[in-house]
Design a protein around this ligand. Structure first.
Ligand SMILES: [Fe+2]
Ligand SMILES: [Fe+2]
Length: 209
């Protein structure tokens, strides 16, 4: 009885904390190697839009990891997912801080992104631990590639956002490697393609809204 309620309560608690509480980073905001340059209005808007996309990605990361932690029956794997979600909280806090500093707002659709990602996490979790971890590895690999693209697109003068994205990219690469070494199985090509498509929809919409 409590077992069947657990995932629901975890979902509600995780969603409320991610969407409405101020996230607390355990590591301090990554420092830029070079002092920031002056941004034109257009550059500031573009940097804000890109960091909004990255913030949405971190909202989704919270949802995915929380859902997967809720459904796995293996306590050590649950601990792995919870620890990963903790580290993603740093990313959530850092991207949020950059949004504030750039004068940009978070996505208005965050509750929807959270719900969608939570649902995906539940489905992945129910496929069994090897595929669930494979889903994590593939997600993190795609996020890493996407962050690489943002390093090309972020204005050169926004060294502060670039420092955040660089550290996130390194963390996501490690998350992918950890999921693979914990037994993550390679997903079939159509699943990987569907994930790329879903993330393209999310990044295109979140760039604006
Ligand atoms: Fe992240
Ligand atoms: Fe990650």
């Amino acid at each position: 009885m409590t077992r069947s309620l657990d995932p629901l309560l975890t979902a509600v608690d995780g969603a409320l904390r991610t969407l409405f509480a101020r996230p607390h980073a355990s590591r301090s905001l990554p420092k830029p190697a070079q002092p920031p340059g002056r941004l034109s209005d257009a550059e500031r808007r573009e940097a804000g839009a890109l960091m909004r996309v990255n913030h949405v990605g971190e909202v989704c990361a919270q949802a995915l990891y929380t859902a997967q932690a809720a459904v796995t029956l293996d306590p050590s794997l649950r601990a792995h997912f919870v620890a990963a979600a903790d580290e993603e909280t740093d990313h959530l806090a850092w991207t949020r801080q950059r949004l504030n500093e750039l004068g940009a707002r978070a996505s208005l659709l965050n509750p929807l992104w959270y719900a969608g990602a939570f649902g995906l996490g539940l489905v992945a979790g129910r496929l069994g631990d090897a595929l669930s971890l494979g889903f994590v590895a593939e997600t993190e690999r795609q996020v890493e590639a996407h962050l690489d693209g943002h390093l090309e697109r972020l204005p050169a003068g926004d060294t502060e956002s670039r420092a955040v994205v660089l550290q996130m990219k390194a963390d996501e690469a490690r998350h992918a490697a950890e999921a693979r070494s914990a037994g993550g199985q390679e997903l079939p090509a159509p699943a990987r393609a569907a994930m790329r498509l879903a993330s393209r929809v999310m990044t295109t919409v979140a760039h604006r809204i």
